[in-house]
Design a binder for this molecule. Structure first.
Ligand code: BES
Ligand code: ZN
Ligand code: ZN
Length: 512
């Protein structure tokens, strides 16, 4: 979707959107002005003055025969007392949904009505664009029957009453579009079935993106991963080594050698779990609902989505923060060569791991990625993973669990998540539970008791984090994939994590 800032009078698109609050008699100023001018054909129409304005409500009006101009769409903001960014996003989604039903392609949104909401105008404009992009997202590329496809809006203009157009606002809108594109990519990757979104497909996505944005992409296959000594990761793909790809993305590879500027070479490392399909392996999952496990690369998708957004935002340029992505990918399948419960493997860190359950495979990939990141002397590490069913049991399907060391980072993630509509709640790295991971035969085992499973998984990962490195672990098993439509738009992949990563890269504390 494109976006532009334009003057209301010059707008000649298909639909024009205005908002209204519930239980307020007066019309919002933008609408008032429009009715007094071009919208004269609608002035005095009681359906406009009586518009309820209740949350998510929407009405539309076609101009009468002989009058040219856009269709007017009114969308409700709910009660002013309960109004915030989330309600604005929902109103935009309702309006855009209505425009989509009417097969409108070019939409206009009057900013004077945004101004009246009391929100900061830049935030309101940015969130409107972002919400519109979320609402237009569809995944229909695998449908061949045309009647199932509808036209979708391709352009959203924000309309101002007077000249000159605010250029600062314009660049914020471009940012919202960049992040929206990152989200679309992440959602596509999750929605694509595992026979198409293979590890090689993810690798190709990374290569292509690196070329476009001037990043470096290194892709390692099974043999190279084994040679590096990533025995825990290799255990997961040993039943199907052709399916292994380790993706390493670097926004500023030149800085790796540039030790002249203190700290400038230290990147923020983002790690994403890239299981293209999780059958559970020999510890096979039940078949009911197993198709959702095509989304077990939701962490990888979030990291790739982040890099797409960051690249579009100019993240590869001088003066921008260096970010390295480490994305271990593979399928987790059973087979005659597959790892078996009780097998012991040697991880990249040198620690030995007894694999009690082959379905706890994510932590085997991530522990090697975490240990591998040490060579970058990272200023911080964030891993994102659809790691445990236990996390979904704890917080339900919409909230991610956040584990962090130091703990203050978990609060940062919670605050950022709340702001961008990706809720994350702090979880404890409670040291007493470490005993759960004691093995009789190896340094540690990959699962503990069922109860508290998300915490055990996080404690397992913590053992592999390079010393003294700030670390965040985001378990997105719940919110990465939605069974129903909602604030994230259609059901399926939600792109959860992309916006949080964009914000964390901006706000990550500098080293003292
Ligand atoms: N990919 C799953 C976790 C998951 C569950 C993601 C539901 C999304 C929705 C993970 O690899 C897994 O299977 N974890 C096991 C761990 C257990 C064997 C200790 C689980 O949570 O059951
Ligand atoms: Zn699993
Ligand atoms: Zn998994």
């Amino acid at each position: 979707m494109e976006t532009a800032l334009r003057i209301q009078e010059e707008y000649n698109g298909d639909a024009l959107i205005f908002f209204g609050f519930e239980k307020e008699d007066r019309l919002l100023p933008g609408l008032q002005a429009w009715l007094a001018g071009e919208g004269g054909w609608l002035a005095g129409n009681s359906a406009v003055t009586k518009f309820s304005g209740s949350a998510k409500s929407v009405r539309y009006f076609y101009p009468p025969a002989g009058v040219s101009g856009p269709v007017l769409i009114l969308a409700g903001l709910g009660r002013r007392a309960c109004f915030g960014v989330r309600e604005l996003r929902q109103a935009v989604a309702s309006a855009v949904g209505c425009a989509m039903d009417l097969e409108m392609v070019e939409l206009g949104l009057n900013t004077a009505t945004l101004q009246d909401t009391g929100l900061d105008i830049t935030v309101a404009a940015e969130e409107s664009v972002s919400a519109a992009m979320t609402a237009v997202y569809r995944f229909d590329r695998l449908k061949t029957e045309q009647e199932e496809r509808k036209k979708t809006p391709t352009r959203l203009s924000l309309l101002q009453d007077k000249k000159p157009v605010d250029t600062a606002l314009g660049s914020r809108l471009d940012e919202a579009v960049a992040v929206g594109q990152g989200l679309h990519l992440a959602r596509d990757l999750v929605n694509m079935p595992a026979n198409l979104a293979t590890p090689e497909y993810l690798a190709e996505t990374a290569r292509e993106m690196a070329t476009r944005h001037g990043f470096r992409a290194d892709i390692l296959a099974a043999e190279q991963i084994r040679e590096l000594g990533m025995g825990a990761y290799a255990a997961v793909f040993q039943s199907n080594p052709e399916q292994a790809r380790l993706i390493v993305l670097d926004t500023h590879p030149d800085r790796a050698l540039d030790q002249t500027v203190e700290g400038s070479h230290a990147p923020l490392v983002l790690i994403g779990k890239g299981i293209s399909f999780d059958t559970g392996g020999i510890s096979l999952k039940p078949s009911q609902g197993m198709e959702e496990m095509k989304g077990d690369m939701g962490g990888a998708a979030a990291v790739l989505g982040f890099f797409e957004a960051y690249g579009r935002l100019g993240g590869g340029r001088q003066g921008q923060r260096r970010v390295v992505g480490i994305i271990p990918c593979t399928e987790n399948t059973p087979g005659s060569l597959a790892i078996k419960p009780g097998d012991v493997v040697t991880s990249f860190s040198g620690k030995t791991v007894e694999i009690i359950n082959t379905d706890a495979e994510g932590r085997l990939l991530l522990c090697d990625a975490l240990a591998y990141s040490k060579q970058y002397t990272p200023m911080g590490i964030i891993d994102v993973a659809t790691l445990t069913g236990a996390m979904v049991v704890s917080l339900g399907p919409r909230i991610a669990g956040v584990f962090a060391e130091p703990a203050a980072l978990a609060d940062l993630v919670r605050r950022v998540g709340e702001r961008v509509g990706e809720p994350a709640w702090p979880m404890p790295l409670w040291a007493d539970y470490k005993d759960e991971l004691k093995s009789e035969v190896a340094d540690l085992k990959n699962v503990g008791a069922r109860e508290g499973g998300a915490i055990h998984a996080a404690l397992f990962l913590q053992r592999f984090v390079p010393e003294k490195t700030p670390w965040v672990h985001l378990d997105i098993a719940g919110p990465a994939f939605a069974k129903k439509k909602g604030d994230h738009g259609i059901s399926g992949g939600t792109g959860f994590g992309v916006r949080t990563l964009v914000e964390l890269v901006k706000e990550w504390p500098e080293k003292d």
